[in-house]
Design a protein around this ligand. Sequence first.
Ligand SMILES: [Zn+2]
Length: 596
Amino acid sequence: MEVDACHEVGIKAPIYLTVGWDAFSADRHPEWLERKPDGSLYGFEDYGQLSPGWKTLCFNTPYLDYLKYQIVDTMKHFGSKLDGLFFDIVWQDPCSCNYCIEKMLNLNLDPTNEKDRILFSKITEQFLKDEISQTVRFEDKACPVFFNEGNILPSIRKNLSEYSHLEIESLPSGEWGYQHFPTTVRYAKNLGKEYVGMTGKFHKVWADFGSYKNKAALEYETFLALAHGAKCSIGDQMYPDGTLQRATYELIGSVYRQVEKLEKYNDGSQAVTEIAIVHPGIISDSELKVDLSLAGAVNMLNEKHYQFDIVDQWMDWAKYKLIILPDKIILSEGLKRKIQEYFEKTDGKILATYKSGLDAENTFLPDWGINYLGKNTFVPTYGKYHGLFENHLPNGELVLHGEGLLVSPQGAQVLGDEYRPLFQRNYQHYYSHFQAPVSESKGNPVATSSDRVYYFSHPLFEMYKRQGVLQYKQMINLIVDEALGQPVLKTNMPSSGDIILNHNEERGELILNLLHYIPQRKAIELDTIEEVIPLYNVKIVLSVENISKQINTDIKKIKSVKAVQNNDEIEYRVKDNSLEFVVPEVKGYEIVTLKY
Ligand SMILES: [Zn+2]
């Protein structure tokens, strides 16, 4: 009935199926539940037998047959009215149930070894997606399918062909925070599938009934999706009798009326990017929604309004002028070949921090021009910087909050030296609250540059996400500026804004998205946005020459520059291969289109 009602007004209604949490099955078949090594249950939280909440089912049990039966039944029931299937809770915990133990032993994995259990849980997730996919495809070759894990990481690669599109579940007022979407979308947009940003209408997160997200927050979350070329979706939950709340749909409607007007501008466009951050998920999965080094790198670049992507080693790196290897990119043989290929095919640079560039034997690639000496036992320690950092940093030592490596130059130019504290703080020696003041240098560099590689010995990206020290970002920015020469975009927009530049080849148009919404931590539990704070006279300088190179299209003849919210023509001038103009007002979200 609901599906018919949706179809009558032109709304598609894919069917939602919960996979890992099914209270009906869990009650009747406790032998189908995932088990921890001590036999206790996995759940949404650490639920015991007498607590409310979902318990998690194991996909190596006969539950899988029941699930497949349910999928076929659903597909037959809706028949030609079926618009797609959304499978939720598609993950497996490291399980020690009888079925898993038997399967692990058959694969020569050790159930008593935690690493083997984690590995087997990943194998099970891939197996589950294959099984569901085969079941669906047997019934219907074209039915849209999405598997929801609450994140999109490089581990999606093994099953990517089984997804018809990607949905980025990201409720900033929940565990995702405002960090997750802008990070994940910059990776997901390069996976070659249609992609959707999904937030929720609740003040907090799913099932926060009787709550309404602040309108400014909901605007930001949906407009940021549009700016990144994504479709957008706002989640809600019905009452058990199917009732929807009027106030919720007035709220969603007030935002969707704006989306309706604005969504066409970025449709069918591609991001104009010149920097790539390599996703740390290619080395190992983070236990957090967003790896901290990746988060730090995204924030540093986004706050300075550089145009960048997040990539894995299966994507093409050739178009990027700078590749960033954040903190923990230890090189496999495949990654070494990828880097050599990048050096051979381009004249681009690499910026690496901390362990990035080492191989499994703790040897740096020769292009780094440094030797590994070991871990630095002084934590924190200090750096004094020269070369291109001179006159940009405080004229003195800078504390480095984080464990670094000790390296020695082997051909690389030294851009900064380590200065140790007077002593490493411990129970015998301490000076006030934290690290002891600076002492002497033993001649180990903390920053170097070679022909192709800039290197910092400390995990500056994670350190920026943890500590927010402005100078860490300034150092990275100075390196990025030097590596790029002239970036595709320069602006006086403050770090609280977002700028995303897209290109639509068919329309012969650049689309510049400017957003200014400031998430605040007013509450203990979450960040939110209460009102829009307009910005005025945002200056933009576009490098016409570099944009033309990045998109392989000559855009030297610009015909018009227009701010779409009020359909205002913007005056512009061309000067030395640059196009300069001022956006008079950014009231939350403004789109500027440039016809060429
Ligand atoms: Zn199991």
